[in-house]
Design a protein around this ligand. Structure first.
Ligand code: PGA
Length: 256
C-alpha cells in the first residue's frame, strides 16, 4: 500500500518572525512543484500564525512542535491544541526527545497529548527513540517498543491513520552522527512489526514512519532508499532554504 511520503522541518527554538517568513517564502518558491510528498514545517509558536497565513494555498503544511495536555487553563508559557489549530496547524509533533528529556514528558503524558490532538482534529507526528546509553546496553528494542505502545495506548486503528511515527535515535539528534540506513531500516521494520501486532497488517502498511537525527542533503538518498523509511523529520538542515529544499528534492528522487 502506498504510504504518504513526508519531509518535515522542525525549526525548534530558532527563527524570529521575520526570519521565519523569509524561510517559508523561500521554501514555497523552491518546492512549488513538489506534488508527490507532503512538506511540513514546524516553526516556534510565535511564528505559527504568520507562517500559517503565508502557506495557505501552498503545498506546505504547518505543524506545532508541541501542545499542552489540557485544552486551556492556568499553564503559564504553554500552548494549547486550540491555539495550534487556530494558527493553521494541520499537525503537531508530540513526544520529541527534547520534550522527554528537558521537560520530563513520559509515555502517559505523551499518550494524553496524542489523544487530545486527535480529538481536536490535529494530526500527530509521534516521536520515539532510544538514547546512546540505552542502545549500548542492548535495550534499544525494549525502549522503542515501550515508547511506541505507551504513546498509542487506547488509540484505535482509525485514529492511527492520523498519526505519523518518527523514529529519532537520541544519539543522532543534532550530533552529526546519524544512524546508518541499515540501522534506521531495522528499527523502522521493528516499529511496523509492532503496529502489525497491535493493529493489523493493513494499518501498519499504511502508517508513515519517518527517520530523524542529523539528516542532511548528503545522507538523505541512502536513507530514503530503505523500504520502511517514508520520509524524514529534520532539525538543523531545515533552517536554511537551500539545505532543506535540496534535501527534499534529493530524498524524493531517491524514493522514485
Ligand atoms: P537534527 O534534529 O536534524 O538537527 O538532528 C532532528 C530532530 O530533532 O527532529
Amino acid at each position: 500500500m502506498a504510504r504518504d511520503l513526508i519531509f518535515a522541518g522542525n525549526w525548534k527554538m530558532n527563527k524570529t518572525i521575520k526570519e521565519a517568513l523569509e524561510l517559508v517564502n523561500g521554501l514555497k518558491r523552491e518546492l512549488v512543484d513538489i506534488e508527490e510528498a507532503k512538506i511540513v514545517v514546524a516553526p516556534p509558536s510565535t511564528a505559527l500564525s504568520c507562517v500559517g497565513d503565508t502557506i495557505v494555498d501552498s503545498n506546505i503544511d504547518l505543524s506545532a512542535q508541541n501542545i499542552h495536555s489540557e485544552v486551556s487553563g492556568a499553564y503559564t508559557g504553554e500552548i494549547s491544541v486550540l491555539m495550534a489549530k487556530d494558527a493553521g496547524c494541520k499537525y503537531t509533533i508530540i513526544g520529541h526527545s527534547e520534550r522527554r528529556k528537558y521537560f520530563k514528558e513520559d509515555d502517559a503524558l505523551i499518550n494524553k497529548k496524542i489523544k487530545l490532538a486527535l480529538e481536536n482534529n490535529l494530526e500527530v507526528i509521534f516521536c520515539v527513540g532510544e538514547s546512546l546509553e540505552e542502545r549500548e546496553e542492548g535495550r534499544m528494542e525494549e525502549v522503542v517498543k515501550t515508547q511506541l505502545l505507551g504513546g498509542l495506548e487506547g488509540i484505535s486503528k482509525d485514529d492511527l491513520a492520523r498519526i505519523v511515527v518518527a523514529y529519532e535515535p537520541v544519539w543522532a539528534i543534532g550530533t552529526g552522527k546519524n544512524a546508518t540506513p541499515q540501522e534506521a531500516q531495522e528499527v523502522h521494520a521493528l516499529i511496523r512489526e509492532e503496529l502489525v501486532k497491535k493493529y493489523d497488517q493493513e494499518a501498519a502498511d499504511s502508517t508513515s514512519i519517518l527517520y530523524g537525527g542529523s539528516v542532511k542533503s548528503d545522507n538523505i538518498e541512502d536513507l530514503m532508499k530503505k523500504e520502511d523509511l517514508d520520509g524524514v523529520l529534520v532539525g538543523g538542515a531545515s533552517l536554511e532554504i537551500g539545505d532543506f529544499s535540496e534535501l527534499v528534492k534529493k530524498g524524493l528522487s531517491a524514493k522514485q
